[in-house]
Design a protein around this ligand. Sequence first.
Ligand code: C5P
Length: 194
Amino acid sequence: MIFTVAIDGPAAAGKGTVSRAVAAHFGFAHLDTGLLYRAVGAKGGDPVAAAQSLTQEDLDRGDLRTLEAGQAASRVAVIPEVRAALVAFQRSFARREGGAVLDGRDIGTVICPDAEVKLYVTASAEVRAHRRWLEVGGDEAQVLAEVIERDRRDSERAEAPLKPAVDAVLIDTSDLSIAAATRAACDIVAARLG
Ligand code: C5P
């Protein structure tokens, strides 16, 4: 069975957690596409060359989850040639046998416009910054400023900007527990599977 669940949304909205839970529930494979951009940003040197030669080892490095790696990712993600180098891998992952969940910024709009299910998981910038701050600590106002800056860069870029696909179902997690958000996502997937 070929079945793609596309989950997009801004940083720290809960889409990673929801994606992993949906994949586990239905036995689908999961790809966190943000990790690809984080690995390109972290590799240094020419980002286009880095994207074209990305290896599993690059994706396994331990420093990809930091705020700095997120900022570096969003800076290389504006480069069209970087995005182009990562398209084929993401598309073939999406159409693998057995079902796939991909989360990112442009999965429902660019990578998999024909995905069987498209979700857009979001929350207010303040709620997202607070969640990120609970994980990373430091100055919460600074974390909020970084969240807002990354949102702006991701939404305003010319190539594959962050936005919901017209046919995406919106899940706002500002006032929703992760369990409730996951349940909502699983119900939508189950209904589409029939
Ligand atoms: O989701 P995550 O926070 O790991 O993504 C890091 C950055 O990678 C995002 O801020 C965005 O700039 C970029 N990205 C993207 N397209 C995706 C996934 C991530 O441009 N599909």
